[in-house]
Design a protein around this ligand. Structure first.
Ligand code: 5AD
Ligand code: SF4
Length: 442
């Protein structure tokens, strides 16, 4: 039997793509191994969102070069799509290059490889299809990703994704709902709906659901306890999404709505298609909700032309919104992106200074916010156990990490774990990035 190894870089979309690729390979009679040395086929599912992510891939290919004789090495995912056949020049031991929009051709590519082809590529982006595979086993037995939309039709000036993942394709709602039911029947209780812009979802079938309607329908699937979704784009964010969350506690009270910058001028240069005020109106909808919705965001500092005044607007936005968490990044120049036209580049030192300031300001916001939870009881899904701190790790519906001790089950024991269960935990302590407490026995 042929053996394969796969390593995944990048976002949740990539993690789930790897699960689907694994399914495809297993269905073709391959078996997965834990070490590249034991494999006949070694796959790297790659990310190119920032130059560092891409550099890591080539570093890995280099490390593995000498040991890869008699093996087929494949580069798939975003770097594959972006660099295409150039990868063969940079890493001549690579035999397969395929972008995510071509994964439905993987079975044919494997046939070519088995027939001895030395170089196989799948780089077409013009597919109308989504990557549908028979029911895919997930890495985690309780939580599952579920793709609802692939690709991206926006053209944010800094971003490689429209190019690496191709045009936007929504899946028909019947298939999505069927997969959600199957997941529930297989014991999964939490689903994260995935897409580059989940809220751009438009059902291509006659049912014609929009994203908020789809959320409501998935929220009715028996057996599911939590539904999350990521990522949302402010351009297509409508108030009905907040209403849907208010109506059904199964829909988690957490929205990740990346703003990228607090300056309308920079948002315009970034081609984000909304202004600061429009974004803040959406934040007001969330704050006016009946449920306490956690709000998180992504921020890029040092976009070309970002003045000190623009940057101050981003810091001010953090104060205004009071996010529960922010992921911040230094702008990184990417190949084939519209932002390459801009010539005003900022020094790395200045970008680093701004990044530190964003992170410091946000830390100051998060700590008092988290302290507010002390004394409250939160339901967590238990995700694991930390041996170093001797605490269980839980996640709240708001996606906050809540570490806790349990008076009856202090640690996982033979045949007995709390992982996968939903428990009430009283919050006793708070840090900027997590909460800690003790399980409440019922
Ligand atoms: N440079 C820096 N950060 C980027 N992101 C996307 N492209 C770039 C880039 N070229 C960030 C955005 C996005 C997150 C996933 O990565 O903030 O929301
Ligand atoms: Fe990286 Fe973006 Fe591709 Fe995800 S979609 S793997 S973040 S480049």
């Amino acid at each position: 039997m042929k053996k394969f190894y796969i390593e995944t870089f990048g976002c949740q979309m990539n993690v789930h793509d790897s699960e689907k690729v694994i399914s495809t390979l297993v269905n073709k009679g391959y078996s997965q191994v834990e070490l590249p040395d034991d494999a006949d086929l070694v796959l790297y599912n790659t990310c190119s969102i920032r130059d560092k992510a891409e550099a890591k891939v080539f570093q890995r290919l280099n490390e593995f070069k000498k040991r890869s004789k008699d093996k087929v090495v494949g580069v798939i995912g975003c770097v594959a799509q972006q660099e295409g056949e150039k990868i063969f020049d940079r890493a001549p031991h690579v035999g397969l290059v395929a972008g995510s929009a071509s994964y439905n051709q993987l079975p044919q590519m494997l046939v070519q490889i088995e027939a001895g082809a030395r170089r196989v590529t799948g780089l077409s982006l013009d597919t109308e299809d989504t990557f549908e595979v028979p029911f895919t086993k997930r890495d985690n037995p309780h939580k599952a990703f579920l793709t609802i939309i692939e690709g991206c039709d926006k053209s944010c000036a800094y971003c490689v994704v429209p190019m690496t993942r191709g045009p936007e394709r929504s899946r028909a709602s019947a298939g999505i709902l069927e997969e959600a039911r199957q997941l529930a029947a297989n014991g999964y209780t939490e689903i994260t709906l995935l897409g580059q812009n989940v809220n751009s979802y438009r059902d291509p079938s006659d049912a014609g659901l929009d994203f908020a309607m789809l959320l409501r329908r998935i929220g009715e699937v028996q057996g599911l306890k939590r539904i999350r979704f990521t990522t949302s784009h402010p351009r297509d964010f409508v108030r009905d999404i907040v209403h849907a969350i208010d109506e059904n506690p199964v829909l988690c009270n957490h929205i990740h709505l990346p703003v990228q910058s607090g300056s309308t001028e920079i948002l315009d240069r970034m081609r984000r298609l909304y202004t600061r005020d429009e974004y803040l109106r959406q934040i007001d909808w969330m704050k006016a909700a009946k449920r306490d919705i956690a709000i998180t965001s992504d921020i890029i500092v040092g976009f070309p032309g970002e003045t000190e005044a623009d940057f101050e607007k981003t810091l001010g936005l953090l104060d205004t919104v009071q996010y529960d968490a922010v992921f911040s990044f230094k702008y990184s120049q990417r190949p084939n992106t519209p932002a390459l036209q801009y010539t005003e580049h900022m020094s790395e030192e200045e970008k680093s200074r701004r990044l530190t300031m964003v992170q410091e300001r946000q830390r100051q916001i998060q700590l008092p916010r988290n302290i507010n939870y002390i004394g409250s009881v939160e339901e967590v899904l238990v995700e694991g156990y930390n041996r170093a701190t001797q605490q269980w790790i839980g996640k709240t519906s708001q996606f906050k990490t809540l570490n806790f001790s349990h008076p009856v089950v202090p640690a996982p024991a033979e045949g007995h774990t709390l992982e996968g269960s939903y428990l009430d935990v009283r919050v006793l302590r708070a840090g900027p990035n997590s909460l800690a407490g003790e399980a409440v026995l019922s």
